[in-house]
Structures are given as C-alpha cells and as structure tokens.
Write a protein that binds this ligand. Structure first.
Ligand SMILES: [Zn+2]
Length: 123
C-alpha cells in the first residue's frame, strides 16, 4: 500500500497503523481515539472559548498550534478527493442495484443528465 492510499482518520489524521481501529463513514474515517474524544466533548458539552458550542470540532482548534493546523490542512484537502471517490462508489452501487439516473439526480438535487455526466464514467 502506498503512503497516498493509507487510510487516515479524518479528524486527527493518524494512519490506520497508528491507532487501534478506524471506522469508515461516507467519505470519512474516524479512529477509536477520536471517538473517545468526541464522546468526552459531547459529555462535557461545555463551550471552549472561540468555538461554536453547538458544533464542537475535532481536533479542538484551540489545542493546536499554527504549525499543527498548517500540517493538518493538506489532510483536510485530501478528504475532498476521498469524499468524491466515496460518492462515486455509492452511486455505482445504486446503479448496480438498478436505480435510475433520474432518481439519483433527484436525490442529489441535479438533473438526470448531470448525474449521468458526473458519475457514469462515459463520454
Ligand atoms: Zn482520529
């Protein structure tokens, strides 16, 4: 497996080799450590200064230095591609099940034609 293909936690950026477990979601992954941290954040539900108390973020921004944040943003950007690839996989599974392009387009708020152009892989 290449470094680029290594699965990483979408929250902390740790690779699957650095944590015990990673769970996949639609376009994202979360490690056991971030699940624990998220549970703690939810339990405490106390707002950290400067963060939206309704939507706490992991990693907690106020705990990161500027350099740590700079180190993390390429991983955030990499998730754009990973999420797109996962969306394609979801659509391909729907197509394999016989779902029409019209229904897929409706679900995504785009036309049948746009759905086909974006996901069919055909010219
Ligand atoms: Zn994590």
């Amino acid at each position: 497996m290449t470094v680029a293909a290594r699965i990483r936690c979408s929250f902390c950026g740790k690779a699957d080799t650095e944590v015990q477990r990673i769970v996949a979601g639609p376009g994202v992954y979360i490690c056991d450590e971030c699940v624990s941290l998220a549970a703690t954040v939810i339990e405490q539900s106390a707002a950290t200064a400067g963060e939206d108390p309704a939507r706490p973020k992991l990693p907690i921004w106020s705990s990161l230095s500027d350099d740590e944040m700079l180190g993390h943003i390429p991983r955030v950007a990499a998730h754009i591609d990973a999420t797109e690839a996962d969306l394609v996989a979801w659509v391909r599974e729907l197509r394999r099940r016989g779902t029409t392009w019209t229904k897929i387009g409706e679900a995504l708020g785009i036309t049948r034609q746009s759905a086909w152009e974006r996901f069919s892989g055909e010219e």
